[in-house]
Design a protein around this ligand. Structure first.
Ligand code: HSE
Length: 436
């Protein structure tokens, strides 16, 4: 059989990693795919740069459109990233009848509905395993491995840079900016690192996971995102004293009222495996009604781990080349005409527990006032920690853990607590999930 010809758009970190894996494991990959797979063309902005992969048999170009419009190419690997012109390239590739493998989470989260509709019309596959959690085959696990289940919820550490920053701050007391600079130098961070630290990157990934878990359209605009920039060492230390770790989690949960889609710093009991996922590693917990809780762990970024996911998608596409397009695994796990219109909940309707830290005067009745407000708002307290005042200070930190409540109740309670004359400044609120 003729070899399958690949063109790579963007021979950077991920594209280069995929090329290295395809070349190094070529024989093993051909045994799995049933065909030889060769990279014949690649694009890069700098053609003079030295690369880890062998480019001697590739025709290099600066224009991705040269590759997309080459009738010899069967599969396009898109590893440029971002939307804009890249969306145009992917749509053109589909129009030209090419299958596409992409690592581009923002492209899929923002434009996936349109891209998949076009792909179905043209009978081609758009595969995107590498878009979520780097090398962890989480898309395949949910879409295929768990397809007999009703997915109840999932919760993941799906941004390696953010996790790296929180880990270094906790373990080594390092500064936020210093750790972020290291993540950028290591090639983990997004081109715009605010995407990592403000939860946008995780929001893109959560959009994709929720869609394949619940059979809903991709809807990034409905994801609640909160970054890690306000997490202080003080909160990290108090959380530890109460038996918790702070992690930035992407959470998708199906409730009777609708779906919660949220990315935010979260206290997790330290005994949970996912609380011990450190550095740039990613992990996703998925709870299915039949299987129970399952945990997927691995490198969430980096050239070869992400390349591993790209290559697995290429092999899947090659295996499906001769299959009837109607009978392939659906792009978003559920048949395109069976996607459900379940509402995505506003943040006021989220149901979770909370960690609260406030600074209050050290005198009688203060705690009673705070607990009275919580009781009046129908919020039950799980634990209280009051620290002794520092030298000659009259203000003391008070830390409260609540039981699960609705977010609008907590927001109302915080507003009232902040109005107390005995409480100074803002109440610091971090959500808490037991993930039981
Ligand atoms: N910036 C992303 C991260 C890269 O840190 O997880 C992988 O998507």
């Amino acid at each position: 059989m003729k070899p399958v010809k690949i063109g790579i758009l963007g021979l950077g970190t991920v594209g280069g990693g995929a090329a290295v894996v395809l070349q190094r494991n070529a024989a093993e990959i051909a045994r799995r795919a049933g065909r030889e797979i060769i990279i014949t063309r690649a694009s890069a902005s700098d053609l003079t740069k030295s690369r880890l992969c062998d480019t001697s048999k590739m025709v290099m170009t600066q224009s991705g459109f040269d590759i997309i419009n080459d009738p010899e190419i069967d599969i396009i690997i898109e590893t440029i990233g971002g939307a804009g012109i890249v969306k145009e390239m992917v749509m053109q590739a589909i129009e030209n009848g090419k299958h596409v493998v992409t690592a581009n989470k923002s492209l899929i989260a923002l434009h996936g509905n349109e891209i998949f509709a076009k792909a179905s019309e043209k009978g081609v596959i758009v595969a995107f395993e590498a878009a979520v959690a780097g090398g962890i085959p989480i898309i395949k696990a949910i879409r295929e491995g768990l397809s007999g289940n009703q997915i109840e919820w999932l919760a993941g550490i799906i941004n390696g840079t953010g996790n790296f920053i929180l880990t270094e701050m906790r373990d080594k007391g390092r500064d936020f900016a210093d750790v972020l600079a290291e993540a950028q130098a290591l090639g983990y961070a997004e081109a715009d690192p605010t995407f990592d630290v403000e939860g946008i990157d995780a929001g893109h990934k959560l959009t994709i996971l929720a869609s394949i878990a619940f059979g809903i359209p991709l809807q990034f605009d409905k994801v609640y995102t909160e970054g890690i920039t306000k997490i202080t060492r003080t909160d990290v230390e108090y959380a530890e004293q109460l038996g918790y770790r702070i992690k930035s989690l992407g959470i998708a949960r199906k409730t009777a009222k609708g779906i919660e889609l949220r990315v935010h710093p979260t206290l997790i009991p330290e005994r949970r495996l996912i609380a011990n996922v450190n550095g740039v590693m990613n992990a996703v917990l998925v709870k299915g009604d039949a299987v129970g809780a399952t945990l997927y762990y691995g490198a969430g970024a980096g050239a070869e781990p992400t390349g591993s996911a790209v290559v697995a998608d290429v092999i899947d596409v090659v295996r499906a080349l001769t299959s009837d397009p109607e009978n392939r695994v659906p792009h978003l796990a559920f048949q395109a005409n069976a996607l459900a219109n379940i509402p995505v909940l506003a943040s006021g309707d989220f149901e979770t527990a909370y960690y609260l830290r406030l600074n209050a005067e050290d005198k009688s009745g203060v705690l009673a006032d705070v607990t009275r407000i919580l009781a009046d708002c129908d919020i039950s307290i799980e634990a209280i920690l009051q620290k002794p005042p520092a030298n000659n200070e009259t203000i003391v930190p008070i830390i409260l853990l609540t039981q699960v409540t609705q977010e609008h109740k907590l927001t109302a309670a915080i507003a009232k607590i902040e109005q107390l004359n005995t409480v100074s400044g803002k109440v610091n609120r971090i959500r808490l999930e037991t993930l039981g």
